[in-house]
Design a protein around this ligand. Structure first.
Ligand code: FPP
Length: 269
């Protein structure tokens, strides 16, 4: 299926190296053509539903099914961290029925998919301000995190009631509350208070749905992420679209502000 990626070079995608000796997998250098951490803004659910004359809720429902497939696609390709924007701090401005529909959908999704995700080796981490959500949702999140705590195949971070600016502010507040002096505040020390402290910064950021903006997602962490925007609506996103985005990423040269050419590992080891 040809997907129009609003992007550029897609001429190179290296294969995975594999080195197996006497059934012992030797430690290898990571394949830098595959992002270690992928962040996705899952946009376009409403338009997907509208095209089918369905209420917007059905777009979000289809979006959950897409997400479950994409999680496994990512894990199969060696991506260690996947972070998705499920509900932004600004999404409270949507009509009440859509907000309550999304909250209910999350509860249904946890019931429907938690056991499968746990079996599939997915560790779930919720990032965002939990104060504003219902007790039921908080309990469901805690259960999802507890049940999957020891999984190592892939870490799925679900950003819910999350905003990048909120994250910077809450990290500063925590640092101050911990008694940190002004001169002790560095990029590294502040990062240790941020909601995404369990993951390296995203290597690749994908936004579906045709809009070309960050929308307050992971503002601190995307400083050097490669950005890929696609017109594909989120419920239509599949492993072919994922592979197309990964091919674009593999063709990018990451310099992190330096001038040398050649792949640089932001988080070696
Ligand atoms: C943006 O599409 C999508 C959202 C605001 C919600 C995304 C949420 C999910 C896919 C459900 C996540 C659930 C779990 C359990 C992680 P939009 O509504 O802005 O679409 P539009 O731009 O076409 O109107």
């Amino acid at each position: 299926m040809a997907r129009k990626l609003r992007s550029w070079r897609s001429d190179r995608l290296d294969g995975h190296d594999a080195c197996l000796l006497l059934e012992i997998r030797l430690p290898m250098k990571r394949d830098l053509s595959v992002p270690r951490h992928l962040a996705i803004v899952m946009d376009g659910n409403g338009r997907w539903a509208k095209k089918r004359y369905l209420p917007r809720f059905f777009g979000h429902k289809a979006g959950v099914d897409t997400l479950v497939k994409v999680i496994n696609g990512c894990a199969d390709r060696g991506i260690e961290f996947l972070t998705v924007f499920a509900f932004s701090s600004e999404n409270w401005k949507r009509p009440d029925d859509e907000v309550s529909g999304l909250m209910g959908l999350v509860l249904v999704a946890v019931t429907k998919y938690l056991a499968k995700l746990a079996r599939d080796g997915v560790r779930i981490v919720i990032v965002g301000d939990r104060n504003a959500v219902s007790d039921r949702l908080r309990t469901a999140w805690t259960e999802a995190e507890d049940v999957t705590r020891h999984n190592t195949r892939i870490t799925l971070s679900v950003a819910f009631n999350y905003g990048g600016r909120w994250d910077v502010v809450q990290a500063c507040r925590q640092a101050v509350a911990a008694g940190m002096a002004a001169e002790q505040i560095t990029e590294q020390s502040l990062s240790s208070y941020m909601a995404m402290r369990h993951a390296p910064d995203p290597d690749l950021f994908i936004r579906t749905g045709g809009e070309v903006r960050i929308s307050n997602f992971l503002l601190w962490q995307v400083a050097y992420s490669e950005l890929v925007f696609t017109d594909c609506l989120w419920p239509d996103f599949d492993v072919a679209a994922l592979d197309a985005a990964l091919a674009v990423y593999a063709g990018r040269e990451r310099r992190f502000g330096a001038v040398t050419s050649g792949a640089v590992d932001p988080a070696p080891g």
